[in-house]
Write a new protein. Sequence first.
Length: 261
Amino acid sequence: MKKVQPEVFLVARPQVDYDQLAAYLREVGGERWLEKLDRGDLDDAQNLVEFAGKLCYRAWEPGLNPNVVRVREDHEAYLQNILKQAHGSVLEHVSFSFVLHNISRVLSHELVRHRPGTAVSQESLRFVRLADIPFWFPDWAAGDPELMKRATALLEQMEEFQHWMTGHFGLDDEGVPFSQKKHKTSFMRRFAPDGVATGMLWTANIRTLRHTIEARTDASAEEEIRLVFGKIAELVRAEAPALFGDYTVEGGAWMPRWRKV
């Protein structure tokens, strides 16, 4: 049994092709909007959201759409107004991808309830054989000696059974076909607890992230998922502060100023 800690790695973020944006904007007369944009490494997410919003109304400059007589010039104020007006559809164009490392299947079972705006690739225990049982203990559990003694003994017994089955099925014998290994490994995973640590690549757009961060850091949420989504929230606030800066954090719960975007 190996004690582990859930970790979050931000592995992908949006990348804007500004040359193609410029080609489009020349067609509609919006070049000046592009000229004033910041284009740093962390600006693409926010720039793409503003681009999507302005495209909806052709609001690059006053007069391009006769109905639009003034436009918001300030980038941050424009994005804040999107949140305030709950213009959430434009947030769906921007996605971030996270590796969730050493999370339990307790967490993954809950996370799949959030389906809209996500993509999921999870480590498969049908293919990946358990040599040990990595396991996360919250601080309150780790501080209970009798609980840890009994929990460790139980996990070590389950781990020993995994090793016994490996030998019993001859999975490491020379010439065993992969199809046979997969068949037996699929059976063996049934004897691992929901708390076994696993890995997942989870991608979500900003609209989904705003909802999920609020729901899964709430005081009533399961404690491991609260821990993980607190980490995710910190990462995306650093990436797109104009789109996640309206949150206040109290006791680990992230509460947005503007909800249901």
